[in-house]
Design a protein around this ligand. Structure first.
Ligand SMILES: O=C(O)C(=O)C[C@H](O)[C@H](O)COP(=O)(O)O
Length: 215
């Protein structure tokens, strides 16, 4: 499995999760993130515009490491690859989706929330997993506990769901965390309002926090 994009994501340490209302926002959004020193985005299949937005970003902003989120089906894997996504994530674990991503050469992180999920995902070869919904499921303490029996397998996690600027330090200080993710950097309302300066400011602030926490 090609893990290079996830290595890059782990080095960056924070992944903005995007629900984009229209593909017309793709370029200004990518520019706002790049301007803030955050060259990564997870564009989720939560909106109709997702595939077109991904295609525009991959064609016109190759410096942005662009992944597909909310990949819930085999078709979504194909759409993500066709649109130039270089990695994929999902909120849950679906073995058919993981197999399709593998077959397509798309590095993929399924979502997990229980030891059973982790067990199923590791058996399918996954080593990076999204922990979702991270805060509602019990926060860092929960993840530490459920992952403990699997750590000899070299697992790392991206917690999302309730993760923000204010609690990211609780996660990033754990060695099992590859990166944190969340929507707080670029909410759909910010995107629709064209608040690119606000998105850039939150992106920059998040990158600075990662640097402070990781030293
Ligand atoms: O859509 C997906 O594929 C997910 O896995 C879930 C998202 O990452 C979280 O819903 C983000 O949560 P908030 O940052 O609290 O808004």
């Amino acid at each position: 499995m090609n893990v290079a994009p996830f290595d890059r994501a782990a080095r960056i340490g924070v992944v903005p999760v995007i629900a984009i209302p229209s593909a017309d926002y793709a370029e200004p959004l990518a520019d706002a993130l790049l301007e803030g020193g955050l060259p990564i985005a997870e564009i989720t299949f939560r909106t109709e515009a997702a595939a077109e937005a991904m295609a525009r970003v991959s064609e016109t902003r190759p410096d942005l490491l662009m992944g597909a989120g909310t990949v819930l089906s085999v078709d979504a894997v194909s759409s993500a690859v066709a649109a130039g996504a270089t990695f994929g994530l999902a909120p849950g674990f679906d073995p058919e989706v993981v197999a399709a991503a593998d077959a397509a050469g798309l590095p993929f992180a399924p979502g997990i929330m229980t030891p059973s999920d982790i067990s199923l995902a590791t058996a399918r070869g996954c080593r990076l997993m999204k922990f979702f919904p991270a805060m509602a499921a019990g926060g860092p303490d929960m993840l530490k506990n459920i992952s403990a029996p699997f750590l000899h397998l070299g697992l790392t996690f991206i917690p999302t769901g309730g993760v923000t600027q204010d609690n990211m330090h609780e996660w990033l200080s754990l060695p099992i965390i590859a990166a944190v993710g969340g929507t707080w950097i670029a909410k759909p309302a910010d995107i629709e309002a064209g608040d690119w300066a606000g998105i850039t400011a939150r992106a920059r602030h998040a990158v600075e926090r990662v640097d402070e926490i990781r030293g």
